[in-house]
Design a protein around this ligand. Structure first.
Ligand code: UD1
Length: 420
């Protein structure tokens, strides 16, 4: 999908069928960054074909790392990495490019990169990252919009984050695996993607304990080798498709997903009245062919709380559920940008600071919308599946940052969706 094209959705069709969930964007990106530290060939399977992953591959290539995709597998070889600077153009392409800072510090002891791209869902500061790198012996200064980091000897340190940050936890893990001595991260993020990154690094020879808990300990090693690794399933794409099934009062079977990491979302969907069953650890079935109701208060929180990334599609569902739902967004300060667009479809939502109150309505009607961020765009797609008539969604480039062929996936389960 190019940015000039629109998703055109004719709502009102019940979704029924099966979707194989893509690999996790938020795991693939730090794993691709980690590959820059490996002296040897890495085969990264289940790497989703997304514009953000393409941008990460372009960064790797620009650093001198061989990188090519064969279907869902990205093969890298960083033996010849010789550069440690990322251009402003490449930094702007992907917001999470800051994750290359830890990897380059680990690999080269220095790096130069501009501040990551502008604001999408909030100010997204990087002070936790920079403070931690300073504690590990890095000198940091700014010149002409670039951040310049130099560490003669990167050393392990005790780091404690004021609040758990996914990106900062990952960045410190990356730098720490090749640092001298032991690093302890306290108040670390516990997201499943942290465990996935630790799994990849461990397969390359790193020594990491406690990933997935609030304290992660990393003992530095001298080198990382290559490995074959399969990226975990994308729990946010899975959550979005469950919301799509629920809003059309349909039935959906997700395969290739990780039921355990979806529980914070499936628990709320069960509160709405959906029936959810898991088969083994990798399939989840949702049945919404019944009367649903508003789930009450949903508060986003670090894992294992309700994920902020699933808040927009869940809100889209709640606009159609009888009763009042209340959302409290505690992670990002600008995460209700989809609200004005959902209102154009006839949704009743009031926002006051970090709180959004949704009064369920019986009917939404199609309109012209514009995505302003990735998950907000996914909320618009979700709502459009319910809305009577045609909804056209512009700025779809935001959506393709995180969803691999959302059009094909939804079409395969009966949605009337096309790009034009
Ligand atoms: C990651 C995810 C994103 C998700 C978010 C929260 C990736 C690529 N992105 O983003 O999809 O929505 O986690 O689950 O994995 N903070 C600071 N200073 C910092 C870093 C963070 O104040 O240096 C604050 C942020 O403003 C935010 C909170 O910490 O309020 C958590 O953000 P963080 O977990 O760092 O989000 P990201 O890693 O950017």
């Amino acid at each position: 999908m190019s940015s000039g094209r629109k998703l055109i959705i004719h709502g009102g069709r019940r979704i029924e069928g099966e979707i194989a969930v893509q690999g996790a964007k938020n795991s693939a990106l730090p794993i691709l960054a980690a590959a820059v530290m490996c002296k040897g060939r890495c085969e990264i399977y289940n790497c989703p074909a997304l514009s953000d992953c393409d941008a990460a591959c372009r960064i790797l290539t620009s650093l001198g790392c061989a990188c090519r995709r064969e279907e869902s597998c990205v093969c890298t070889d960083a033996s010849a990495v010789g550069r440690n600077e990322i251009s402003e153009k490449l930094m702007r392409e992907m917001r999470s490019s800051i994750i290359f800072m830890g990897a380059l510090l680990g690999r080269c002891g220095q790096c130069r990169m501009s501040f990551p791209g502008g604001c999408e869902i909030g100010s997204r500061p990087i002070d936790f990252h920079l403070d931690a790198f300073r504690r590990m012996g890095t000198k940091i200064h700014e010149e002409h919009g670039y951040i310049v980091c130099t560490a003669d000897k990167l050393r392990g340190a005790k780091i404690s984050f004021p609040v758990p940050s996914v990106g900062a936890t990952e960045n410190v893990m990356l730098a720490a695996v090749l640092a001298d001595g032991t690093t302890e991260i306290h108040n670390a993020a516990r997201e499943p993607e942290i465990c996935d990154l630790a799994g990849f690094l461990t397969a390359c020879g790193a020594k990491i304990n406690g990933a997935g808990t609030g304290t992660v300990t990393i003992e530095g090693v001298r080198k990382l080798s290559g490995c074959s690794y399969t990226v975990m399933p994308d729990r946010i794409a899975a959550a979005t498709y469950l919301c799509c099934g629920a809003i059309t009062r349909g039935e959906i079977l997700l395969t290739h997903c990780d039921h355990g990491s979806l529980v914070p979302v499936t628990a709320v969907l069960e509160q709405t009245g959906c029936s959810i069953y898991s088969f083994g650890s990798d399939s989840v079935y949702l049945n919404a062919r019944k009367t649903l109701k508003a789930p009450g208060v949903i508060r986003t929180a670090p894992y294992p709380g309700f994920p902020t990334d699933a808040q927009p599609p869940l809100m889209a569902l709640c606009t159609t559920l009888p009763g009042t739902s209340m959302f409290v967004e505690t992670i990002f300060e600008n995460r209700y940008r989809h609200v004005s667009e959902l209102t154009r479809l006839g949704a009743k939502i009031k926002v006051e600071g970090q709180v959004a109150v949704v009064e369920g309505v019986n009917r939404l009607s199609g309109a012209e919308l514009e995505a302003g961020d990735l998950r907000g765009g996914a909320a618009m797609v979700t709502a459009a599946l319910f809305a009577e008539g045609v909804t056209k969604i512009g700025h779809t480039c935001y959506i393709s940052r995180g969803y691999e062929d959302i059009e094909g996936c939804l079409k395969s389960v009966g949605a009337d969706i096309r790009t034009a």
